[in-house]
Design a protein around this ligand. Sequence first.
Ligand code: PHE
Ligand code: NA
Length: 448
Amino acid sequence: MNETLERWGSKRAFILAMTGAAVGLGNIWRFPYIAGENGGAAFLLLYVGFVLLLGIPVMMAEILIGRAGRQSPMRSLASLARANGASPRWRYLGLFGALTVFCILSFYSVVSGWSIEFLVASVNGNFDGQSPEAIGASFNAFLANPGLLVFNHSLFLFITMTVVAAGVSKGLERLNNVLMPLLYLLLLVLAGYGATTAGFEETLRWLFLPSFAALDATVVFHAMGHAFFTLAVGACALMAYGAYMPEEQSLTRAAFAVAVLDILVALLAGIAIFSIVFAQGLDPSEGPGLMFVTLPIAFAELPYGSLWLCGFFLLLLLATWTSAINLAEPMVATLTGLGWRRSLSTAAVALGVWLVGVLAALSFSTLAEFRPLLGRNVFELLSSIPPDVFLPLGGLLIAIFAAWVLPEAHAAKALGAGTRGFRLWRATLRFVSIPLTVVVLIGGVLAL
Ligand code: PHE
Ligand code: NA
């Protein structure tokens, strides 16, 4: 009896840990603004398609490699490759993953800092009785304040790296398990509020009635990148988790559960935010500020608005925090794997991310016109290239490794699905996920 209970406990813990990595800014902040910039419904449809055809199979591949290797990503890849007659150079895939999460965390921490600022502002009641115009203006004024942006970024990163250094992320995860359902509930209330606004009908049309007139390679490319980003797939971050996954747990079920929850959270956020956008006549392609200017407007209309808003930003920060820890862990693990002490590794990662994050934070003021590549400033580069290019590239290599390098018997056993399920999964990887990623990636990069 006890044993069954314990197993169930660890299976559940595994799903919740993956959910912690998946649900974050990607769902609530990034999805609405990227969908807004890419035309709405057609983007949503493509993104859900990519989650099913690429996200889930590659997520399974990534976790499977971790579970089969039972070591850090670099070591798992090297030893599995060697055992199967492939080059141990596959270990560099783990290094590439570490580079990817480095870039992502640098801008993730800056945006999380915005949430800290908004939490403080709502505690102070700064949004009370403010007009939509005033809320938008105060957000822009905030972005133009380099000191404040750098301070909040530093604070968020410090809190994150402290948890990583102390190795207490398990405790935070437990706290999250209790509190995340509250965040979902709050989003449900907001979406419900959205349904009462004048913008609701247009929101539904805009989110669910695709028009393919404006569809081009770039929209498809962004939808693919977002599918990887929101599921946290392609950076070997989930591989590290796989190493702790119970042998008898179904990978298929875990991956589907996380993906479905992740989509639902994004949809609720999208409905809530676009209802305000259309009710207030705002611009859906407003950009990274979209969530920050719409939600205070929505909450201002609800009774006890400031209180709701505080709760919302507090819960959002918690969700972000667990994702950030998941972004930091693989880098720290890579350095400790190279023989560095844990404290030193954590400090080095923190310093590197902090520096690049400062450049990202200054991209809204001092460094706005510093555009080193593709005519984009540092924030624009970090928030687009790693999700759109690095994650799909990493995911592609992970898929190739799982579908072509790992021997069938090995993978079938590790997958823990029936033979039919295994064949379907591997065929999807080989004949759908891999070619699809290659084509979309090439099309997107050529259009950059
Ligand atoms: N999936 C996270 C989010 O949606 C971001 C993330 C990407 C986390 C990659 C880990 C690795 O916010
Ligand atoms: Na997500």
